[in-house]
Design a protein around this ligand. Structure first.
Ligand code: GTP
Ligand code: MG
Length: 204
């Protein structure tokens, strides 16, 4: 897919205030600092569409971006950031779970995981949560530039093995690096194909 336009639409913490257009939406979620906002910039070929930071906890709201005037990309705050207070963590959890449970336009989530790490409970639990709520998801391995190619293969294989302990099949997954621009076509082609399938269903 070619990115012809990518524009910020709005930020908020209330799913009821999210854009009303009924166009397909894809949300990026994962631990703080895993590289969600950087990935969004890489995918859209924009340097600073989404705000990034070396310090975890940068993204605090639900951020909608409209791509090619026909689908939304959503940047979300990260989970698992220890330094926020318990109250703000609870509030966060609530508006994020409200988003996932109520957002009808949501077609698929992407759970981002740092390719260097072994499967983490918090990520596996979040995938479990998505599964229980019937929300389709893919996995995006980030920061692939930090590993050599054979280490990438090993890490991905181990991750898939872990998933197969609880899932019947491995979800779609993508290997990416925002700094080296790896995986852009894979993710965008997946979104494009999914959008086409939705369009075809509408015309049936
Ligand atoms: P929160 O908004 O705090 O939840 O973080 P985030 O997941 O949006 O992460 P963000 O994109 O802000 O990136 C966090 C840090 O990781 C920044 O210092 C980025 O430069 C770095 N980073 C992101 N993607 C990559 C990557 O592909 N490779 C490398 N080497 N660093 C990356
Ligand atoms: Mg962010």
């Amino acid at each position: 897919m070619k990115i012809k336009s990518a524009e910020f639409v709005m930020s908020n913490s209330d799913v009821a205030k999210c854009p009303k257009n009924r166009i397909p939406e894809y949300a990026f979620i994962g631990r703080s600092n895993v590289g969600k906002s950087s990935l969004i910039n890489m995918l859209t070929d924009r340097k600073s569409l989404a705000k990034t930071s070396g310090r975890p906890g940068k993204t605090q709201l639900i951020n909608h971006f409209i791509i090619n005037d026909n689908w939304y990309l959503v940047d979300l705050p990260g989970y698992g950031y220890a330094r926020v207070s318990k109250t703000s963590k609870k509030k966060f959890q609530k508006f994020i779970t409200n988003y996932f449970e109520q957002r009808q336009q949501l077609v698929s989530a992407f759970v981002l995981v740092d390719i260097r790490h072994k499967p983490q409970t918090i990520d596996l639990e979040f995938m479990q949560y998505l599964g229980e709520n019937g929300i389709p998801f893919g996995i995006i391995f980030t920061k692939a530039d930090k590993l050599k190619p054979n280490a990438i293969d090993n890490h991905v294989e181990d991750y898939c093995k872990e998933l197969l302990k609880t899932w019947e099949e491995v979800p779609p997954y993508f290997i990416t690096s925002s700094s080296k621009k790896i995986g852009q076509d894979d993710v965008l082609d997946f979104i494009e194909t999914t959008n086409e399938e939705i369009e075809a269903l509408k015309n049936e």
